[in-house]
Design a protein around this ligand. Structure first.
Ligand code: AKB
Length: 339
């Protein structure tokens, strides 16, 4: 007998931490957590099974298929944008090859269970791209179907995987069946930068905002690697997690597309620096621009239009920048770095 469970890949990452915390609170959810590394102590007690392994390992995928009956797969494992740019081939292998393996696992599961398996894929604002700053600055809040011209390997990987998700959803279904007899129910969110009070990101390009804040909370100086006028959208981790759980529990009939934008606030680097200084007046934050990383964020939108998510599954962030700082980030950071 296969064991009923949900699968989370990349479980030890930033989003994995938040998602495991939220799903653990739901009754009757058996969480199988997969990561290259052992899970942090803070989350290992919250999962039912912890597996260490690589999503590119076919024998591991077969083992998962043989041992479990997954109704939902949250495929979070990925190489983020800055790291991906240093190693495009590995990024492609992990971000595309790994996703393909997980989609095939979902397909096998859907076929053997005779129902559709839900598949969550975190996409990114990196799927968008502009010809230059003029186009970025004059384009306003970007809708899902415009400016999909990624200029990073990470953005290319994410956009292609969104298409793969659509292909698997539409192409693999019981002959003559209606929408609800598809083997895979693929749902995806294009995330902006995310700020967590508990973890610091690694290898991303939106990292300058969470790094600035955590450095200030630790009493360390920080050199921001993008210009002060740099602007992309952000949100807090609790809002990112509630968005995933809302989208995944939304009735199928409400879902008009597979990929949605969401966002909460969109400060420039300098506006965020000023906000950090309000809470940590002694913080030492300077600018030391990395041309490569600047180019990447300059190709991402200053803001996105999240009206489709609002209409279809009532997306609404709990935190704007002020509330996010006051009610979530600062109290948690004070706790975390109190010594
Ligand atoms: C990154 O910076 O790579 C990610 C993203 C915006 O998808 N945080």
């Amino acid at each position: 007998m296969r064991k009923s469970a949900i699968l989370i890949t990349g479980a030890n990452g930033e989003m994995g931490h938040g998602l495991i915390g939220a799903l653990h609170q739901k009754n009757n959810v058996n969480i199988v957590a997969l990561d290259l590394n052992p899970l942090d102590g803070s989350i290992s007690a919250l999962v039912n099974e912890e597996l260490m392994g690589n999503i590119l390992d076919q024998s591991l995928i077969e083992q998962l298929n043989g041992e479990y009956e997954f109704d939902t797969i949250y495929h979070l494992a990925a190489i983020l944008s800055t790291r991906a740019e240093f190693s495009p081939q590995s990024a492609h292998d992990v971000n595309v090859g790994g996703t393909l393996n997980l989609l095939n696992l979902a397909l096998e599961q859907g076929r053997s269970q005779g129902r559709s398996v839900k598949f969550f894929f975190p996409s990114s604002i990196a799927v968008y791209g502009f010809s230059g700053l003029d186009e970025k600055n004059s384009s306003g809040a970007i809708k899902e179907d415009s400016f999909r011209n990624p200029s990073t390997i990470y953005g290319c990987n994410k956009l292609y995987c969104e298409h793969l998700g659509n292909y698997y959803t539409n192409n693999y279904q019981r002959l003559g069946a209606e929408l609800h007899h598809r083997y895979i129910d693929f749902r995806s969110i294009r995330f902006p930068g995310i700020i967590s009070s508990k973890t610091i990101p690694a290898g991303g390009t939106s990292d300058y905002i969470p790094e600035m804040l955590h450095a200030a909370a630790k009493g360390k100086s920080y050199k921001c690697f993008v210009r002060e006028d740099t602007q992309i959208p952000f949100m807090t981790m609790p809002d990112a997690i509630q968005a995933i759980t809302h989208l995944m529990s939304a009735p199928k009939d409400n879902i008009s597309r597979t990929v949605y934008n969401i966002r909460s606030f969109s400060p420039t680097a300098e506006e965020f620096r000023q906000k950090v200084l309000e809470h940590y007046p002694k913080a030492q934050i300077d600018y030391e621009i990395s041309e490569k990383r600047q180019k990447m964020v300059d190709s991402w939108p200053a803001d996105t239009d999240d009206s489709m998510a609002k209409n279809d599954w009532n997306w609404a962030p709990a935190f704007n920048l002020d509330l996010g700082m006051k009610d979530y980030l600062i109290p948690d950071l004070q706790q975390m770095y109190k010594n």
